[in-house]
Design a protein around this ligand. Structure first.
Ligand code: AMP
Length: 465
């Protein structure tokens, strides 16, 4: 996952990009970068780490100009190194170019192998660099046409920003896997992964980019087109479940309200009669837990406190650290839990590590019973479109029944929301406009065989954004 931000026509472009990236920090904590254009030159600053630690006034002063793009990275595969930090910048025959990409290209390895066989030299492990090579090789006359030709060769997920000395081009892939919104602040156009970034800089939210849409912003204004043939929408349902920030409006609906609705559905489908209170696994389970409490009539309380001084546990690379990480991140409130039958709501179970630790922690704090409720269906399939999920073998629900998972995490009962319930919470009961591959194994780009044990084994992924 990653977050992207772009702005054109503002003398404060890099400062506003810094703020925008700060609002999108939840989408990636590994590295951050900003590239600004003063109409002649592109200047870049990229570092490993958090936005607030990387950028300060002196750094931002070195990024002058009226246009900028920025990126926060959370790699889904590949090494965590500065060479993969974005925006990527290059000089090619057409001039200077910077690229910020959110998503994952499923045929990047194949394309890279072909390009390398043809003599191309890659500077990073990033799938995004494949797009740059395709643009550089395109014989199309205009930059926009080069971009379209390059993107028509790639498959997968991309919400992507290109910055040249003269223009910003934004494109969303034809399935619309990843979000991308358009806004305006003081006559400047703004693009961002989520509306929360627009809110921070007091930009007006205009609309979401359509799937397959290209927007070009230059001194003549904004020009929108639909260069790719329409196809089935595949908006990532997991953005609503977990990834996006609750205050954002995503795919046209409020993330917070949608998560609350997931909780209400979950309460209907997976009641916990006799429970004394509902608690959330903070922060990701909070909205759904409130919805669960509302629909069930069981009081909501705060039984777990999250420390805000550690990163998301999932990001830790080693199992040993991950185990420890849950304890670093969450602590139980004895006074609330002691002697209680507790419903605990979380958004998802991936490996089961977090849930197991939490159930233990709640019982150690005196909870009599722990009823775990999950506001998404069992995660059984890896995502190839930009969400970090481990291989199929590591996903506990791919090889264990709900009863077996309940035993593993030592919960008294375990209940997941159904696919239909999740669909109706996101406003698409039949799930015809969403990608649900992580739950259903139905991949929308044809070359991923859901029957395969793990595509990543036979086709190692490149570093992704
Ligand atoms: P696990 O311990 O592997 O079962 O991870 C489950 C926890 O990770 C849940 O609390 C989720 O909120 C969180 N989670 C789920 N998906 C992701 C993801 N792609 N990146 C980071 N955290 C995640």
């Amino acid at each position: 996952m990653c977050g992207i931000f772009g702005i054109v026509g503002n003398p404060e472009a890099s400062n506003l990009t810094y703020l925008g990236l700060h609002a999108l920090q939840h989408r990636g904590q590994e590295s951050a970068g900003i590239v600004a254009s003063d109409g002649q030159d592109l200047r870049a600053h990229r570092e490993m780490g958090l936005v607030a630690d990387i950028f300060n006034a002196p750094v931002l002063e070195k990024l002058p100009g009226n246009a900028a793009i920025g990126h926060v990275r959370y790699s889904t595969a590949g090494v965590s190194q500065l060479k993969n930090a974005q925006p990527l910048t290059v000089e090619y025959v057409g001039g200077q170019l910077a690229v910020a990409h959110n998503g994952n290209l499923v045929n990047a390895q194949e394309l890279r192998t072909q390009l390398e066989a043809d003599g191309a030299i890659f500077q990073s492990d990033s799938d995004t660099e494949v797009v740059i090579h395709l643009i550089a090789r395109s014989k199309q006359p205009s930059f926009e046409q080069k971009v379209v030709e390059a993107l028509s060769k790639v498959k997968g997920a991309y919400s992507i920003l290109f910055l040249t000395d003269k223009k910003l081009v934004a494109v969303r892939d034809p399935n619309g896997f990843r979000p991308l919104v358009l806004g305006m602040v003081k006559n400047s156009w703004v693009l961002a992964s989520e509306t929360t970034a627009l809110d921070l800089i007091e930009a007006e939210y205009l609309r979401e980019l359509e799937a397959g849409e290209m927007v070009v912003i230059d001194e003549t204004g904004l020009h929108a087109s639909q260069p790719f043939p329409p196809t089935r929408l595949g908006r990532c349902i997991f953005e609503h479940v977990y990834f996006a920030k609750p205050d954002s409006v995503l795919f046209g609906t409020s993330v917070y309200e949608t998560r609350k609705e997931m909780g209400r559905q979950l309460a209907k489908e997976q009641p916990a009669p006799g429970a004394d209170l509902v608690i959330a696994v903070p922060d990701s389970g909070v909205a759904a837990a409130i919805g669960y409490a509302q629909a069930s009539g069981i009081p909501y309380d705060v039984g777990l406190i999250r420390s805000h001084y550690v990163g998301r546990t999932f990001i830790e690379p080693q199992q040993s650290i991950r185990h420890f990480g849950v304890k670093l991140k969450l602590s139980a409130v004895r006074q609330v839990l002691k002697g209680k039958r507790v419903v605990v709501v979380d958004d998802s179970i991936v490996r089961g590590t977090t849930s197991r630790k939490i159930v233990k922690m709640l019982k150690a704090a005196g909870a009599l019973e722990v009823h775990l409720r999950i506001s998404s269906p069992p995660t059984q399939w890896p995502c190839y479109y930009g969400i970090d999920t481990p291989s199929r073998q590591e996903l506990i629900a791919s090889s264990h029944s709900v009863e077996e998972i309940a035993r593993y995490v030592t919960a008294d009962t375990l209940g997941y929301i159904s696919m239909e319930g999740l669909g109706s919470a996101v406003g698409d009961k039949e799930r015809t406009t969403f990608c649900t591959a992580c739950f259903s194994g139905k991949y929308l780009t044809g070359n991923l065989n859901p029957g395969a044990t793990s595509v990543s084994e036979s086709n190692p992924k490149l570093a992704t954004a």
